[in-house]
Design a protein around this ligand. Sequence first.
Ligand SMILES: NC(=O)C1=CN([C@@H]2O[C@H](COP(=O)(O)OP(=O)(O)OC[C@H]3O[C@@H](n4cnc5c(N)ncnc54)[C@H](O)[C@@H]3O)[C@@H](O)[C@H]2O)C=CC1
Ligand SMILES: NCC(=O)COP(=O)(O)O
Length: 325
Amino acid sequence: MPRLALTPGEPAGIGPDICLMLAQMTLPAEVVLIASPELLQQRATQLGLPLELNEFDPNQSPQANGQGKLSIVPVPLIKSSIAGQLEAANSQYVLKTLDRAVELCLQGQLDAMVTGPVHKAIISQSGFSFSGHTEYLRDLVGVKDVLMTFYTPAFILGMATTHLPLSTVSNVLTQDRLNSALYLLHEGLDKFFAKKQPCIHVLGLNPHAGEEGTIGTEEVQMITPLIKRWQQKGFNVKGPLSADTAFVEKHRLHVDAILAMYHDQGLAPLKALYFGEIVNVTFGLPFLRTSVDHGTALPLAGTGLAEPESLLHAIQLAANQVGKS
Ligand SMILES: NC(=O)C1=CN([C@@H]2O[C@H](COP(=O)(O)OP(=O)(O)OC[C@H]3O[C@@H](n4cnc5c(N)ncnc54)[C@H](O)[C@@H]3O)[C@@H](O)[C@H]2O)C=CC1
Ligand SMILES: NCC(=O)COP(=O)(O)O
């Protein structure tokens, strides 16, 4: 049975709630929470859910969850947390849970890492510049580049750029970056999803994929020549496709992956189609990391109205892939 680190993310958000909901189910892994026991006990009481926390022991054989039972690596909160109310001081706690999870994965004590939602703004407001787990984990493990991807029931979505102001996307989108994204996409599709010869559609950046250079020049100058290079090497890479039709059924159901140029170009159609079923997967780390497809949903924290579906998919995907990576 695989052992997975699970970080609930922002303590004032729905992360703790959905972890506690999943603790009631039989899961395909030993899920080891990296979190504050005090926070979890408090939220379990608020939600009326049973909870039994047992300190994680790497020397014991993996323990099944269910009926409220969870293993835990305790990380203390900095300040008490109230559901729905952000507290900047607890950003240090959030980062500490990520650091511990990475440490345990790198040491081989845990097989993969699953993350709940964090609140990017409150972490940055606490004085630590933070744009997302993807970038934080890249820097923490010291790899040059990673790729943010999203698993859906139909295809994998890759992101050539991630959490950036839209005004900077065109500058960051160099041929090097795109080449690295295509490389990481091929590598991750092979390693985690056994896709040896994937069919990948690359989106254009501009409306109508630049309309032959009349609505923006990134396609003719950079994206098309790069795609041609990959095609000449024998890869099944097509594009640039106009992003406005790339997600219609007759296209999306016949590809292994789509590479989007920026965050909302890919995620807006993806969430409209599959919200709740999507799993965020980081390619390029030395271990597997999966995550939910939603944010902290602060107004739902502590109400029992948060849906744990995406977290369940993230755990199932990680448990299935461990051993293949
Ligand atoms: N994986 C992560 O760490 C992510 C973090 N975020 C962060 O979350 C914060 C809030 O972002 P928003 O744009 O408001 O997105 P959000 O996903 O928190 O909320 C968007 C809408 O979806 C609903 N929703 C989200 N998750 C739900 C769930 N599990 N069950 C039922 N309803 C759910 C919310 O109530 C809201 O109506 C931001 O700081 C953002 O950066 C956003 C996406 C992913
Ligand atoms: N929109 C995706 C998102 O915000 C999650 O990003 P990350 O925290 O997994 O890097």
